[in-house]
Design a binder for this molecule. Structure first.
Ligand code: NOJ
Ligand code: CA
Length: 682
C-alpha cells in the first residue's frame, strides 16, 4: 500500500521517488488503527530504515521515528531492511485486578505484527508487534531464534519518539546519581535532556502524550535521550557486562508505550493500557496479597529522633514496637513497619555498601518472637524491612533464608530498599570480584523479579524503595504491590529543597501513570527535621491518600502527632487503600489534581484534591455517584486564613447530603487541598 499513507508521513513525492529508487521496498506501509479508528500506528521503511509514526484523527502525534538496534557481533540492525507481510488480530477482554485502582480493566486493541528483514549480510529478522488502543499505542520487538541471531547482545536500542507539534514536557533526569528522586522539571520539549519515563508532554493544542514502557522483564530500562528538536531516542540503562542486554532468542523486548489523551485526567485514565500489556497473573491464588494501611517506626528516624543503628536512640526496640502495635490495633491499622531491627546498620551502612547487613538476625534489643506473638494477638501484622544499600548480591544470597525467617513470624509484606548512588548496585562475579550495576539495568531488573518470586513462594508482598520504575508487572506478579521510584515524603523531613507544593500534582500525571507509589503520606504535624515547616496544608495531607494511589498506604507521622490532630486522623483512619473504581475529576500537570475513588467491594466514595502553590477553586461534580442515591458527604478542607503562607493547619470540616446531581464548589488554599468521604445516607 499506500502512496497516500506515505504522503501522510510528510514525505514529498520527490523524496518518495528517490527513496524508492534507492530501495524498491520503501513503498510498503502497514497500518493498524485503534478500535475507535482514531489512533493509528503506521510502519514503513524510509531509506530502508524501519520507521513508524502515530496519528490521531489523521494528524501526527509521533512524527516519523526510526527503529533499530545496535547488536554486538553483526552490527547495527537498522539499514537495508524491508518489511514483510503484516498479520492482524484484535482483542476485547475484561480482566479483574486482585487489588488496584479499578477492579475491572478493559483490554481492547487491534494488533499488527510485521517482520522486519535485513536485505544484506546475515539477513537477520526481527518482528515488530504493535497494539493500538483508543488512547494509546504499545509496540515491542520479537527476536525469533535464528542461527545468525541466537545469543542476542544488545548494545543499544534505537527506538525513536519524535513528538509532533510544539509541546511542553514534565520530566526528571535519567542517568544521574539519585536514581528517580528528582524534582520534576517543566520545560519546552525541545529543552529536555535525558529523561526517565514516564515523561508527559502537553502540546500547544492541548493534546497530552506520555511515553513509558510496559512489561520490563529481563531487559534494561530505557532512558529517553533527546537527540534534536523534540526527537527522543531510547538509551538503555548501562550494564557491567559488555552489552546492555543479553538474551537467548527467542524473546520479546518490553513494550514501548505512548499514551494519548485530550487532557491530564485522560492520561491517567488511559494508563491502565500499561497494565494490560503485561502478562496475566502467574501466581494463581493471590487472595493472600492484601492491601493494607500501616504505621511505622520510620518518621522518627527521618526526623533524627531515633536511629536505625543500635544504641541509645535505637528505634526498633521491643518496647517501642509493642507500643506501635498497640497504637495500630487501637486505631484500626493493619500493619506496623519496623526499620532498623536487623544486624548491619551500625557504622556507615551506605558507605560500606551494606556489606554487614544480615537479614535474619535481629538486634539484641528486638525480640522478634515476642513481637510477632503480640502482633498476632492484637490482629496487626508486622511489615518487614530489608535495606540492602544496593548490595543486591548479598541480598540475593540471603533472601531465601530472610523470607523464611519472616514467613515463620507471620510477616505478609516486606519493604525493600536499595539506597546507593545510581550505578552503585553491588554484586560479585564467580571469582568474588565486586561488580557494579545500575538500579534500572538488566541485572537489577532480574534481581527484582527474583525477589518477588522468592517472596511469593512464602506469600509475602514486596514494596521496593530505590526500585526500578514500575512497568505494570503487578499484573503478572500481584505481590509486587508498591514501590517508591520518585521523591517521597522523606524529602519533607530532610530534602534540600523539600518537595514543593506542585509535587503531588506533578506525580499524579507523570510517575503515577506507571503504577502505585509508596509515597508515605499523612504528616499531620507539618514539620520535618529540626522543626522545619513542610510546604503543605493539613487538608492536603489527607487529600494525598486519594490522589497518590498505593495498595500499601502509610500513616507516616508519629503516633503522638496523630493523637494531637484527631479530626485529621479521623479521615486517615477511614480512607481505604483498595478501590473498586477510580475517576479523575480534574487536573492539569503540576497545577492540581482531583480524584474520586470507590472503596473496593463497598459503596463509600472518597474524593481528594491537591493544588500547587496557587490557591484554586474547584467545583466537585458528584455525577460519578449512582443516580438517585443520597450520600452523606463530609469534607476536610482548607479553612479561612489557611494555606502555606497563612495558617496551614486551618481546616474546616462540614457534612452535607449530596446526590449525583449535586455540585460543590471548594476552595483550595495555596499549597492546600481537600478530602471528602461519602457514605450512603440513611
Ligand atoms: C530510603 C527509603 O526510601 C526510606 O523509606 C527508608 O527509611 C530508608 N531508605 C532506610 O532504609
Ligand atoms: Ca528513597
Amino acid at each position: 500500500m499506500h502512496i497516500c499513507n506515505l504522503a501522510r508521513f510528510g514525505l514529498t513525492l520527490t523524496a518518495l521517488l528517490s527513496a524508492s529508487t534507492a530501495a524498491a521496498r520503501d513503498d510498503m506501509t502497514h497500518e493498524v488503527c485503534s478500535p475507535d479508528t482514531r489512533t493509528c500506528f503506521l510502519l514503513t521503511t524510509v531509506g530502508e530504515i524501519p520507521t513508524y509514526r502515530v496519528t490521531r484523527d489523521g494528524k501526527p502525534v509521533i512524527a516519523p521515528s526510526r527503529l533499530g538496534f545496535m547488536l554486538r557481533g553483526d552490527g547495527k540492525f537498522e539499514h537495508a531492511t524491508a518489511l514483510g507481510q503484516a498479520s492482524f488480530s484484535e482483542a476485547d477482554e475484561r480482566w479483574e485486578q486482585p487489588w488496584g485502582e479499578n477492579r475491572w480493566v478493559r483490554d481492547h486493541y487491534r494488533e499488527m505484527k510485521v517482520p522486519i528483514v535485513e536485505l544484506i549480510g546475515g539477513k537477520r529478522r526481527i518482528e515488530l508487534i504493535a497494539r493500538v488502543f483508543d488512547h494509546g499505542v504499545g509496540f515491542r520487538f520479537a527476536f525469533p531464534d535464528q542461527p545468525q541471531l541466537h545469543d542476542v547482545q544488545i548494545d543499544e536500542e534505537l527506538t525513536e519518539f519524535n513528538i509532533a507539534g510544539t509541546a511542553e514536557a514534565w520530566w526528571i533526569p535519567a542517568g544521574e546519581w539519585n536514581r528517580y528522586e528528582y524534582l520534576y522539571s517543566r520545560t519546552p520539549a525541545n529543552q529536555v535532556g535525558t529523561a526517565h519515563s514516564p515523561i508527559s508532554f502537553r502540546r500547544d493544542d492541548g493534546l497530552h502524550i506520555a511515553i513509558h514502557e510496559a512489561a520490563l522483564v529481563n531487559y534494561a530500562s530505557f532512558w529517553l535521550q533527546r537527540i534534536d528538536g523534540q526527537r527522543f531516542r531510547t538509551r538503555l540503562s548501562p550494564s557491567s557486562q559488555p552489552s546492555k542486554v543479553r538474551r537467548a532468542a527467542p524473546f520479546e523486548t518490553p513494550w514501548r508505550t505512548i499514551l494519548i489523551a485530550e487532557d491530564a485526567p485522560g492520561l491517567y485514565a488511559a494508563s491502565d493500557m500499561i497494565l494490560s500489556l503485561n502478562e496475566p497473573n502467574k501466581l494463581g491464588d493471590v487472595s493472600w496479597v492484601k492491601p493494607l494501611k500501616y504505621i511505622g517506626i520510620w518518621w522518627a528516624m527521618h526526623l533524627d529522633q531515633a536511629s536505625w543503628h543500635s544504641g541509645p536512640k535505637h528505634g526498633a526496640t521491643t518496647e517501642n514496637t509493642l507500643k506501635y502495635i498497640d497504637f495500630a490495633a487501637k486505631h484500626g491499622f493493619d500493619a506496623v513497619l519496623v526499620e532498623g531491627w536487623n544486624d548491619g546498620w551500625d557504622g556507615n551502612w551506605i558507605g560500606d555498601h551494606g556489606r554487614n547487613f544480615d537479614f535474619a538476625t535481629a538486634y539484641p534489643d528486638f525480640d522478634m518472637d515476642r513481637i510477632a506473638a503480640h502482633a498476632r494477638k492484637m490482629g496487626v501484622a508486622i511489615m518487614g524491612h530489608h535495606e540492602t544499600a544496593g548490595n543486591s548480591g548479598r541480598y540475593a544470597a540471603q533472601m531465601d533464608a530472610a523470607f523464611d525467617y519472616y514467613a515463620r513470624h507471620g510477616i505478609p509484606a516486606v519493604k525493600t530498599g536499595y539506597v546507593a548512588d545510581a550505578g552503585g548496585v553491588l554484586h560479585r562475579d564467580k571469582d568474588g570480584n565486586d561488580i557494579w550495576d545500575w538500579h534500572d539495568g538488566q541485572y537489577q531488573v532480574r534481581h527484582h523479579q527474583a525477589v518477588v518470586e522468592a517472596a511469593a513462594k512464602r506469600r509475602i508482598s514486596i514494596n521496593a524503595h530505590e526500585p526500578v520504575k514500575d512497568t505494570g508487572l503487578r499484573r503478572t506478579w500481584p505481590n509486587m504491590v508498591s514501590r517508591e521510584g520518585a521523591r517521597g515524603m522523606e524529602y519533607q523531613a530532610w530534602g534540600d529543597p523539600p518537595n514543593p507544593p506542585e509535587h503531588e500534582a506533578n506525580l499524579a500525571f507523570t510517575r503515577m501513570l506507571s503504577g502505585p507509589m509508596d509515597y508515605t503520606p499523612g504528616i499531620v504535624s507539618l514539620v520535618g527535621k529540626g522543626g522545619r515547616r513542610i510546604p503543605s496544608t493539613l487538608a492536603k495531607q489527607l487529600a494525598n491518600y486519594v490522589v497518590i494511589y498505593s495498595p500499601v498506604q502509610m500513616a507516616a507521622d508519629l503516633p503522638e502527632h496523630y493523637e494531637a490532630r484527631p479530626a485529621a486522623f479521623d479521615f486517615i483512619k477511614r480512607v481505604p487503600a483498595d478501590w473498586e473504581v477510580t475517576r479523575v475529576l480534574g487536573g492539569a500537570i503540576g497545577d492540581y489534581a482531583v480524584f474520586a475513588r470507590q472503596r473496593r467491594g463497598g459503596d463509600d466514595w472518597y474524593v481528594g484534591g491537591v493544588t500547587d502553590k496557587a490557591a484554586r477553586d474547584f467545583t466537585v461534580d458528584f455525577a460519578f455517584l449512582p443516580a438517585g442515591k443520597r450520600y452523606s458527604a463530609t469534607i476536610w478542607r482548607d479553612g479561612a486564613g489557611g494555606g502555606i503562607d497563612g495558617d496551614p493547619f486551618a481546616m474546616a470540616i462540614e457534612t452535607k447530603t449530596v446526590t449525583a446531581a449535586t455540585t460543590w464548589p471548594v476552595r483550595m488554599a495555596a499549597g492546600g487541598g481537600f478530602a471528602i468521604a461519602l457514605t450512603p445516607a440513611r
